[in-house]
Design a protein around this ligand. Structure first.
Ligand code: PHE
Length: 334
């Protein structure tokens, strides 16, 4: 019986298959109900139980091997087949090249401006612990200031970061001074989604810590940014504001005017649009990060999506992220 198995394999191996007709012949010879393989299986069935036990495995291997030989032959034939149909004169497929997303391009554009002012780039995790996102930044537990940012919690201690200020803390904790860095990244807030707000968006945060840094340096840095990014005649104003981690705090608006209906809507009829929050780093934050009292610093946080909307006249924030290529390819050349 063992010999018969071997003979069958040998026969299958030496069966010449060089066309699809041969392949069909192979199938008819070995694999159909009346084929050689099945004949052998019928013969196997007549064996005693002991012999079946002994030879069962080998029968299976034989069956798999013959089927495998068929598959290999079949692949060979179909690839030959394609080859014979190859036509070098047909035009190739058009492969579209990818491009940077408009939000990434805007972040790049901002980065270049700040790099010229001596800022480096740092990044941090999007899933943060309570300390880096809140406590170290002077948001005490149960303090109402935590309500300023509707948070997606993972558990009591872990959340999706609500701002890139968490990266400030990581930088300061690293103990390497002075610091002059920007921190671009995605942030998450549990907000109702509309044309003006989304449950995630992007920020570029900046932090400058050194001896003798003043509010004047902050203003000058931001003026410089705005003039480079929006053009030399852009009008800006600072408004006093509140953030737990800066003191004093301010927000900066740029002037759009109210000549068009969309400017009117975007600026709520005032002509001014808020683009960033900023301030001098609160001494409590410096202390939380073990920074010597002889140092001072400023921080600011720019909203990238809003600035991109403004710069490119995009009316609905959601269009940045619903992946409609017709929208995204408009910005390919950026
Ligand atoms: N983290 C603040 C926000 O997300 C922005 C900010 C950054 C304000 C740095 C002051 C200083 O609203």
């Amino acid at each position: 019986m063992l010999d018969k198995f071997n003979q069958l394999i040998e026969k299958a191996k030496s069966f010449k298959v060089s066309s699809s007709d041969d392949l069909e012949n192979f199938r008819l010879t070995f694999l159909v109900k009346k084929g050689l393989l099945n004949k052998l299986i019928q013969e196997f069935k007549t064996l005693s139980n002991d012999q079946k036990k002994e030879l069962g495995k080998i029968l299976n291997i034989t069956k798999q091997t013959v089927e495998e030989i068929y598959n290999i032959n079949s692949k060979k034939i179909t690839s030959n087949h394609n080859y014979s149909r190859l036509n070098n004169n047909l035009p190739g497929y058009y492969i579209e090249s990818g491009s940077r997303h408009i939000i990434s391009s805007v972040v790049d554009e901002m980065t270049v401006i700040f790099e010229r002012l001596g800022f480096s780039v740092s990044i941090g995790p999007e899933i943060e612990d309570d300390w880096h996102n809140f406590s170290a930044l002077n948001f005490p537990k149960n303090h109402p200031a935590r309500d300023m940012q509707d948070t997606f919690f993972v558990d009591q201690e872990i959340a999706l970061r609500t701002h890139t200020s968490s990266v400030q803390v990581r930088l300061m904790e690293s103990g390497k001074l002075p610091i002059r860095s920007i921190m671009p990244g995605r942030v998450y807030r549990n907000e109702a989604i509309s044309s003006r707000s989304n449950c995630f968006f992007h920020q570029v945060e900046g932090l400058y810590i050194d001896k003798g840094v003043s509010f004047l340096d902050l203003k000058q840095t931001l003026y410089n940014f705005v003039k480079e990014f929006f053009g030399p005649n852009t009008k800006v104003r600072f408004r006093a504001s509140y953030f737990p981690f800066t003191e004093p705090s301010a927000e900066m608006d740029i002037f759009l005017g109210i000549e068009t209906a969309s400017d009117y809507k975007l600026t709520k009829g005032t002509g001014w649009l808020e683009i960033l929050g900023c301030g001098m780093v609160d001494p409590n934050v410096l202390e939380n990060c073990n920074i010597d009292k002889s140092y001072s610093g400023f921080a600011f946080g720019l909203g990238v999506d809003r600035i991109a909307m403004l710069k490119y006249g995009v009316k609905d924030l959601r269009t940045f992220f619903n992946n409609d290529k017709r929208f995204l390819t408009q910005f390919d050349s950026l």
